[in-house]
Design a protein around this ligand. Structure first.
Ligand SMILES: [Mg+2]
Length: 121
């Protein structure tokens, strides 16, 4: 791949992290985290993240709140929300807060690959 930037995944579900790793792992370098707090911490200490995949529904702090903090911390970071079909309205709200798009679970691998390719900086 032409880019050396990494993709940061923030999702509390191990199965989703594993799926994303299977789909993206051979094309991109990934950092997998299971909470927004951990993800923000990684972002604050790394300068080679080119895209964040951010789950909306997480137990402690929601993806929407993490998105707000992330955008304060790093306004230019590209973020794609990962959402269940029940939270599609929330995903649309996330886009109005600066996310560049969203992926609805269960997702298709070609959809993920296309969106990551398009938005990875
Ligand atoms: Mg979740």
């Amino acid at each position: 791949m032409s880019t050396s930037k990494k993709v940061l995944v923030i999702d509390d579900e191990e199965g989703i992290r594993e799926s994303l790793k299977l789909i993206l792992g051979e094309h991109y370098e990934l950092i997998l985290t299971d909470s927004g707090e951990q993800g923000l911490d990684v972002l604050a200490n790394a300068d080679d993240i080119g895209l964040v995949l951010l789950d909306i529904k997480m137990p402690q702090v929601s993806g929407l709140d993490i998105l707000k903090q992330l955008k304060e911390q790093d306004p230019n970071m590209n973020v794609i929300m990962v959402t269940g079909y029940k939270s599609v309205e929330t995903a649309a709200e996330a886009v109005s807060l600066g996310a560049c798009g969203y992926i609805v679970k269960p997702f298709k691998s070609d959809e993920i690959l296309e969106k990551v390719k398009k938005h990875l900086k």
